[in-house]
Design a protein around this ligand. Structure first.
Ligand code: GRA
Length: 385
């Protein structure tokens, strides 16, 4: 077993780190304060190939796989947790689903524009009354002539109001249960689509919103995969976006540790650096160790995908579960160490603290991850597909 990152991966990590230090870190607090979505920086990330790691070159990708994607996501999130969301909206929840399930025409039509961030993407699963319980969604896409009529509302969708294209999940036939759910690639500039931004505690440089579909006419070629493939596409897509989310949480946890360590070495009280106090050392040791465990789980799950194990739900859930718990602990520990400076806006810890919470909620709550893991262990339902 070899745990070393090869030269190529190290160079990639370094390049993502340099980009983040130069383009993101100096602006992240201001963007957050102004709720500003830095689309120009997202496009620069796209130019560097950040969103095309698992996408073949013929569709504009760089085809280097999931582990590099994970490492880049981690580094970007170390500068701004908000910007890690773009890896899901431009690639893992959108372009990658089209790559895996779409027709040749759909791949050519949508993937290059998504991974180059020429078009902003989104994926729409959650509804006002359907969060953890995905199958209870109410949106419908009734077959009509050679197309479909889409109705329903989706909420907590990243880039809802900015996106031009969305992967939308809806029932074409509710009576068929899970076989009645389908996935659609929807042009969000179509008549009958409206979207609004929602306000939220953190991740404020990545907009989140609600989309309403009122009698939206979808052409037949909007269907992704076959009729009834919605469940398969939805859960396999969540298995990729969850891991990317875990990578973002590792990056944010590392940012908490970086800031706490720097402060411990600078700040003096009672005649010595505050890092000399054992109670702060305990916080630093816990953070460092837990982050390393999260990183290893995350890299392992990414590596499995590069070996072709795309259905590694269990291992992705291990990573996402531990990251969700770790990142909130790390933000809390950084706040304890920095004290009033953490609470102020002089340091980025207040932003880290607000951004950390969402890792317990998005892409399946911590409780959903625990449910999937426990049911697998107890033999009730295998997680991996
Ligand atoms: O047997 P069947 O034909 O009825 O099908 C079932 C099952 O076999 C059906 O789905 C199938 N299935 C899968 N198929 C392929 C389940 N998992 C897979 C899979 N991996 N691949 C229903 O399954 P079920 O297990 O009976 O469903 P359930 O008991 O109703 O719920 C399961 C569960 C709670 C785990 C699921 O609903 C779930 O994962 N919920 C969490 C939802 C979630 O993660 N939402 C996140 C939304 S996206 C988001 O947050 C984006 C934020 C923005 C950003 O950060 O990017």
């Amino acid at each position: 077993m070899d745990f070393t990152l090869n030269e190529e991966l190290l160079a990639m990590k370094e390049a993502a780190r340099d980009f983040t230090q130069k383009e993101i870190v100096p602006n992240a607090d201001q963007w957050d304060e102004e709720h500003y979505y830095p689309i120009e920086v997202i496009r620069k990330m796209a130019d560097l190939g950040f969103f095309g790691c698992p996408i073949p070159e013929e569709y504009g990708g760089i085809n280097i796989g999931f582990l590099p994607q994970t490492i880049i996501t981690e580094e970007v999130s170390r500068g701004s947790s908000s910007l890690r969301v773009a890896f899901n909206t431009q690639c893992l929840g959108t372009a990658l689903s089209i790559l895996r399930h779409g027709t040749e025409e759909q791949k050519k039509k949508w993937i290059p524009d998504l991974i180059s961030a020429k078009k902003i993407g989104c994926f729409a699963i959650t509804e006002p009354d359907s969060g953890s319980d995905v199958m209870s969604m109410k949106a419908t896409a009734k077959p009509d002539g050679d197309g479909f009529i889409l109705n329903g509302s989706k909420t907590w969708i990243s880039s809802a109001a900015q996106a031009e294209v969305g992967i939308v999940y809806a029932y074409h036939d509710r009576d068929k249960g899970s076989k009645g759910l389908s996935a659609f690639v929807v042009d969000l500039r179509s008549d009958g689509v409206s979207a609004t931004d929602l306000d939220k505690l953190g991740t404020r440089s990545s907009p989140t919103g609600e989309i309403v579909f009122e009698d939206v006419r979808l052409p037949g070629d909007a269907l992704l995969g076959k009729l009834g493939d919605g469940v398969k596409i939805c859960f396999s897509s969540l298995n990729q976006t969850r891991l990317s989310c875990a990578a973002g949480g590792v990056g944010l946890s590392q940012a908490c540790l970086d800031t706490a360590v720097q402060y411990c070495n600078e700040r003096e009280q009672f005649g010595q650096q505050v890092g000399k106090f054992q109670m702060n050392q305990e916080l630093i040791a816990n953070m460092a160790t837990e982050i390393e465990a999260c990183r290893l789980l995350t890299y392992r799950a990414a590596w499995q995908k590069d070996q072709g194990q795309m259905g590694n739900v269990l291992e992705s859930c291990y990573a996402k579960f531990l990251v969700g718990e770790t990142v909130t602990r790390c933000a809390h520990s950084a706040m304890k160490i920095l004290g009033a400076y953490g609470y102020s806006t002089e340091y980025p810890v207040a932003r880290f603290y607000r951004d950390a919470v969402v890792y317990q909620i998005v892409e399946g709550t911590v409780n959903v991850q625990k449910m999937i893991i426990a049911q697998d262990q107890l033999g009730y339902r295998k997680a991996n597909r």
